[in-house]
Design a protein around this ligand. Structure first.
Ligand code: G6P
Length: 613
């Protein structure tokens, strides 16, 4: 959601900024722009639509001179996506330009203050208020002007700011929105995320809350909220640039689906000791703390929330701890009943989802311990949690998550076994058997991914359907929600997921001859109930694709009652089943979207990292 890049160095800035923005396209955007400082002037170029428009307008940056600049991809919040509302925004005087990710909540108040001071506005954005405010305070000291303005801002912001009369520096500042600094030789950078920097450097600093970086060619100085210098650990990014490239696949999403066996292995195997026991590597959460906790809250958004739903079933069954799963955007306003006896587990791929971050803070304020399951090392959620377990999925670029989801599942499965063992609900041998099943999952995933032709065929039969329903019970219901989300987010087909027993209470009225229903029946104990539910929708004319581990009896006497297609999955036990079930759902969504010609990696209106509430 909004991408920011910034550069100062010896090279022409504009082409470099555009390349950086290309790497942030996955975040979701509807316009793009850049501002470059040259000979005492700020040149701003911006355009609605894809980055290509801006690239063509500037001859891929070649026609914009200057060695210092900022760039932006905008995901509209205040004001429609058009050229004027695009970033960067230039102050009325032309002295300051700025890019912003986040929302300034008190912008109306600030706008009227600035109007009284004689400022006029050309856009409908909250961001333009910030640039005028900085301009208002600017007397030749950029850091002091930015600090004064920032003190007046409420809401969330990551900012990159340039000054017409300062070709020697630019400023970056963040609160509740991610921003990283890239350190080069004789050149330095900022970006919303690491992939934008990898062509130039692997040395990065993650700016902390309300920290400001003054970036020059020679170096970067970071200050805290009070203007005191902060020393930061420089992180060395080990994954190579190629892991954020498509590597021969048509889409990142397919590449990331195919990377799941390896990502799963990377996340699980290093945490298993030679004797088959688990070593999670928790720093602060002791076994005693895990033994004494009375309840667990799992809080997340989107697919990460669906992982939480799967984990609830597993934890309650195996470790016998009551679990509540909450949407992060609801949790904050729920007045949740949590305290020191509660463990709050936060699940987030990006570690920057704003609702999830705020939910974490709420939980901490209420005295809960917070364990986060995060993919991005050093992200805000990781840093602010009591303890963090990283999913080692590698960079995930496609907006619709696949491998991050799978590694979150893997880590939650591992945590469940560990918790159950610590609380005496599993014997050593039982725990080892579960661990072995987990260790066998990557090979099973590879086998499933070897041949995708059945799913391509099914997609070719049904890609033009208007509505597609998913149903399942218990864990399969949680999987149905994920399958339905995957399908609708990338193919734009209307889709809903239902707890199969609930169909009769409303949804079944939507089933017409030809409606496609995807029935998940991987849970052996609920198999017969699911077969009854399949018959109910078949009786109303639905077309059914069933996913199962148990053979489905095909009734020759009543051919119309049988599912139209059956996908068999290997039986790997209840805990590991979701890791396999999700794969055909991801592939089906992918191939349906492919046949519909959708923009699979960057679906309309969606963002990879949602940094607004
Ligand atoms: C966005 C992404 C989803 C993701 C959700 C939560 O909606 O498109 O794929 O599941 O945010 O993101 P997080 O980074 O917190 O897991």
């Amino acid at each position: 959601m909004c991408g920011i890049v910034g550069y100062i160095g010896g090279k022409q800035a504009a082409p470099l900024l555009l390349k950086g923005l290309e790497k942030l396209e996955y975040r979701g955007y509807d316009s793009a722009g850049l501002a470059v400082v040259n000979e005492g002037e700020i040149i701003v170029k911006k355009a609605r639509g894809r980055l290509l428009m801006l690239e063509e307008m500037t001859e891929y940056g070649a026609c914009v001179d200057g060695r210092l600049g900022i760039g932006h991809t905008r995901w509209a919040t205040h004001g429609e996506p058009n050229d004027v509302n695009s970033h960067p925004h230039l102050s009325l005087s032309g002295r300051v330009a700025l890019v912003h990710n986040g929302i300034v909540e008190n912008y109306a108040e600030l706008r009227s203050f600035l109007s009284e001071e004689g400022y006029t506005f050309v856009s409908d954005t909250d961001t333009e208020v910030v640039v005028q405010l900085i301009d208002h305070y600017y007397r030749g000291d950029p850091a002091s002007a930015v600090r004064k303005a920032a003190e007046q801002l409420r809401g969330s912001f990551a900012l990159g700011i340039v000054f017409a009369d300062r070709p020697d520096l630019f400023i970056a500042l963040r609160k509740d929105s991610p921003l990283v600094v890239g350190l080069g030789r004789g050149e330095n950078f900022i970006a919303s995320d690491v992939p934008a920097l990898l062509a130039h450097t692997r040395q990065i600093i993650r700016l902390g809350e309300l920290e400001m970086a003054v970036v020059t060619r020679e170096g970067v100085t970071v200050y805290d909220h009070f203007g005191v210098k902060v020393e930061h650990e420089v992180l060395n990014i080990t994954w190579d640039a190629a892991s954020a490239e498509k590597g021969g696949y048509e889409h990142f999403m397919l590449k990331e689906i195919m990377e799941q066996p390896e990502a799963f292995r990377r996340t699980v195997a290093p945490r298993i000791k030679d004797d088959g026991t688990i070593e999670l590597g928790l720093q602060k959460l002791s076994d005693d703390a895990l033994r004494s906790l009375e309840r667990i809250y799992i809080v997340a958004c989107g697919s990460s929330y669906h992982v939480g739903m799967v984990a609830r079933y597993a934890i309650e069954r195996m470790a016998r701890v009551p679990v509540t799963v909450s949407l992060a955007s609801e949790f904050r306003y729920d007045n949740p009943m949590i305290g020191s006896e509660t463990l709050v587990i936060i699940i987030s791929q990006s570690g920057e989802t704003l609702d999830t971050l705020f939910a974490l803070r709420e939980a901490k304020e209420r005295g809960a311990r917070v364990l986060s399951i995060v993919n991005v090392v050093g992200s805000s959620i990781a840093v602010e949690s009591t303890d963090v377990l990283y999913t080692w999925a590698g960079p995930e670029i496609a907006v619709a998550t696949t491998k991050a989801y799978s590694t979150q599942l893997a880590l939650m499965q591992l945590f469940t076994i560990y918790l159950a063992r610590v609380r005496g609900k599993l014997t050593d041998n039982e725990a080892k058997a579960e661990v072995n099943a987990l260790l066998a999952t990557p090979d099973r995933l590879s086998a499933l991914l070897k041949d995708t032709s059945d799913l391509q065929f099914l997609a070719s039969l049904y890609f033009n359907r208007r509505d597609i329903f998913f149903m399942g019970r218990n864990i399969d219901y949680a999987l149905a929600l994920e399958g339905s989300l995957k399908l609708k987010e990338i193919s734009y087909i209307h889709s809903e997921a239902y707890a199969a027993g609930e169909l009769k209470h409303g949804t079944i009225s939507l089933i017409e001859p030809g409606t496609l229903v995807i029935a998940l029946c991987t849970g052996a104990s609920l198999h017969e109930k699911m077969i009854s539910n399949i018959r109910e929708v078949k009786a109303r004319g639905a077309t059914v694709i069933a996913l199962t581990t148990t053979p489905i009896y095909i009734d020759p006497e009543h051919p119309n009652a049988n599912p139209d297609h059956v996908i068999y999955l290997p039986d790997c036990g209840e805990l590991c089943a979701p890791s396999l079930t999700v794969v055909p759902l991801q592939l089906l969504a992918y191939y349906v979207a492919l046949l519909k010609g959708c923009d699979i990696d960057k679906p309309r209106n969606l963002a990879k990292c949602v940094t607004v509430e």
